[in-house]
Write a protein that binds this ligand. Structure first.
Ligand code: ADP
Ligand code: ZN
Length: 685
């Protein structure tokens, strides 16, 4: 132990030790410290965010100290002259037939806690921690299943991972496999190897509630799987934490924060659907689980596997450069063909102009699928009934009072709702701007789509999944079971239904509006559009029944849409990387975004300008660091706070970090203006 020089610091005595064992080990301290540096926030903030509240307050502690006599207590006793109280404690333990808990012991010896602590310090007592009243495993028993026999591509992928596992080397492997190519089976068998070493694996998935099928698969293959989902109570979370840290759990499956699971001997980290944006935390510490996983796997000297059918350009670029290793599963299991995709130009169908969502071609295809006793998935990434309420007379939309966005009409709530702050109000009868009547509902959300589908296909069982209809814990499971069993044969919903689902009977997927993502003010709009279409298309053609996809778009010439319809990831990345290089955006540039907000627009703007000036001056003219902005954020007002942002762009994130740290103390601060820096931002809103 390092002691500070006596002259400088006066030491205080330790009064009591709060925790018998540290909450985080040294590796975790290193990791959290790295996060603080990498994401430019406080180490304390990271630790605060990493150790679950239930663990910190030891919620529902089920571990209790039990006391008995130390094995060599008879000899050791000779060394001391013990006060009477301590004698009494030893006598009580002598009489007891089994170890006693603290309160039992104080009662038996009629003493306080202190003689017991003294004896413990002298080494005369043996203390064991024992669990009492363990919680039941959270799910019922799952039927055991055998591992499948891998096809040659899967074997190749597994061999690459196993080779690195055996070499005890950190390396990142990008497992690029089309939808339905059997990636999950590769993860499972790699973990089989890891479990054989007595080590543990962490599997990160985008969102637990959306991946019931994957979870079931893990549970059916391994003895002890901990599923860390957001509905765990404090006590349960603490219980899992303890179990994991004792090494009793083989596989931990969870969303991004599961990367901090306290495994004693980590053997492998897997990130499934690595392109998903949920791996980035949008509050401090604003880490990306992929980067944290990379660091953690590096510290542990174990491989990291990133799996996706549509990897992010960042991950693709690293693999392409040879920094990471690329392994491909180019075809579906059983060599099933990718489903054919037809693109429908919605400008050519009059129905859309009258505000309907299902064009003629999609209607015919749906009818045919239903007649053939197939099932249909309809994807639309807008919830609510109508995304806007417009005034015919003055052309204004009805806006939230507190936020800078238009309100969405929700039919089920009979209200207009703000999708940012959830403000809701009765829909106005007249335009709030010009006072005239004649407000019009514009656009189609999932509720309106449901209405239209029910009208067109009255005989079909229709199921809607979006965050409004699926707000209760367990509602996903129930809904998906209804679809699986065939009680419903049309499933419609938001991106909630775009991922991971594996229903062999789905013979048609309809992308109701491919353009919703395309026009977002976001440098990744094109990438997200490609990913979404490719992922939903992946929900069909998963059995010998085959399947097809129909995409409705008013921009059928857009490259993202075109390449997605041809299942051509390679062509898409080539096109998009060229564009990113030309525009000097990620992955060719590192970005950080500073967001400022406050109730007084002028003060926020002035602070943002002040910050920009300081940063620009520090960056200097010749520097490769660019400071962009400041400007009002794309959503300029949220809950009555005005928002401004500015961006730092540089060849590497190290450059940004150095610049930021060199001026951080001089940046202007104003009362009432909050600011935060977001390193490698994903959301630019
Ligand atoms: P992905 O994760 O790439 O979308 P999955 O792992 O879900 O693909 O596999 C798709 C389907 O193929 C699943 O139903 C799975 O059980 C099945 N499958 C995977 N590997 C094999 C295999 N080697 N042999 C037979 N079926 C397989
Ligand atoms: Zn609002």
């Amino acid at each position: 132990i390092e002691r500070p020089p006596e002259s400088r610091q006066k030491l205080k005595t330790i009064e009591s030790v709060l925790d018998p064992a540290p909450l985080v080990d040294t590796t975790m301290l290193d990791l959290t410290h790295w996060i603080a540096e990498r994401y430019l926030c406080g180490w304390g903030q990271v630790l605060e965010g990493v150790v679950p509240a239930g663990v910190k307050k030891r919620a529902g502690t089920r571990e209790v100290k039990f006391f008995s006599l130390a094995q060599d207590h008879a000899q050791r006793r000779e060394e001391f002259t013990l006060p009477q109280k301590q004698q009494a404690v030893l006598d009580a333990l002598q009489d007891a037939t089994e170890p006693l808990r603290l309160e039992q012991l104080t009662r038996a010896a009629s003493c306080s806690v202190s003689p017991i602590s003294s004896l413990e310090a002298k080494g005369l007592l043996e203390v064991v921690l024992r669990r009492i009243d363990p919680v039941e495993a959270t799910s019922g028993p799952v039927e055991r299943e055998d591992d499948l026999e891998l096809n040659p591509d899967q074997q190749q992928a597994l061999a690459t991972i196993v080779e690195l596992l055996r070499a005890r080397q950190h390396h990142t492997i990008l497992l690029h496999g089309v939808t339905g190519s059997g990636k999950t089976e590769v993860y499972i068998q790699a973990i089989r190897e890891v479990v054989g070493y007595g080590r543990q694996a962490i599997v990160l998935v985008p969102e637990i509630s959306l991946t019931p099928q994957t979870i079931r698969r893990f549970r059916s293959r391994f003895d002890s799987v901990a599923v860390l989902h957001s509905h765990l109570g404090d006590a349960e979370r603490h219980w899992y934490w303890q179990q994991i840290s004792r090494g009793e759990v083989q596989v931990i499956v969870g969303a991004r924060s599961a990367i901090f699971a306290p495994t004693p001997q980590l053997g492998l980290v897997v990130i499934d659907e690595e392109h998903e944006t949920t791996f980035k935390q949008e509050s401090v510490p604003r880490y990306h689980a992929r980067e944290v996983a990379r660091k953690r796997a590096d510290l542990a000297g174990v491989p990291l596997v990133l799996g996706s059918a549509t990897p992010t350009l960042e991950s693709w670029q690293r693999a392409d450069n040879g920094d990471d290793r690329l392994v491909s599963l180019p075809s579906r299991i059983g060599n099933r063909p990718m489903p054919p995709v037809s693109l429908v130009d919605s400008r050519n169908d009059r129905r859309f102009r009258s505000g309907q969502a299902i064009g003629r071609a999609l209607e015919i295809a749906t009818r045919q699928a239903l007649d053939d006793r197939g099932q249909v998935i309809l994807f639309l990434n807008l919830r609510g009934h109508s995304p806007a309420v417009w005034c015919r007379a003055c052309g204004q939309g009805v806006r939230c009072r507190a936020c800078d966005i238009t309100l969405t009409w929700h039919r089920d709530r009979q209200a207009v709702v703000c999708h940012i702050c959830d403000f809701q109000a009765e829909a106005p009868r007249t335009c709030p701007g010009c006072g005239r009547a004649g407000l019009r509902l514009v656009g189609v959300g999932t509720q309106r789509l449901e209405q239209e589908v029910r009208e067109r296909f009255p005989e079909a069982g229709v199921l809607r999944m979006d965050s409004d209809s699926m707000s209760r814990h367990g509602s996903h499971d129930t809904a998906l079971e209804k679809f699986r069993s065939g009680k419903a044969n049309i499933l419609l919903g938001t991106q909630m239904i775009a991922k991971g689902l594996d229903f062999p009977n789905v013979t048609l997927v309809g992308v109701v509006d491919a353009d919703t993502m395309l026009h977002q003010p976001d440098l990744r709009a094109s990438e997200r559009t490609f990913q979404l279409i490719a992922q939903v298309a992946g929900r069909t053609g998963r059995s010998e029944r085959g399947g097809r996809v129909l995409v409705q778009s008013a921009c059928p010439d857009d490259p993202a849409i075109r390449f997605a319809c041809h299942h051509d990831y390679a062509a898409f990345v080539e096109h998009e990387l060229a564009h990113r290089r030309a525009t000097n955006t990620p992955p060719f540039t590192a970005l950080a975004r500073v967001i400022l907000r406050g109730p007084d627009e002028a003060v926020v703007a002035e602070t943002a300008r002040g910050m920009t000036d300081v940063l620009r001056a520090a960056a200097g003219e010749s520097s490769e660091i660019r400071i962009l902005g400041p400007a009002p954020a794309p959503i300029a007002r949220v809950k009555n706070f005005y928002r401004f942002h500015l961006q730092l762009a540089a060849p590497g994130s190290q450059d940004i970090r150095e610049l930021w740290l060199s001026v951080e103390k001089q940046l202007p601060r104003q009362a009432g203006v909050e600011s935060v820096i977001d390193v490698d931002p994903l959301s630019l809103r």
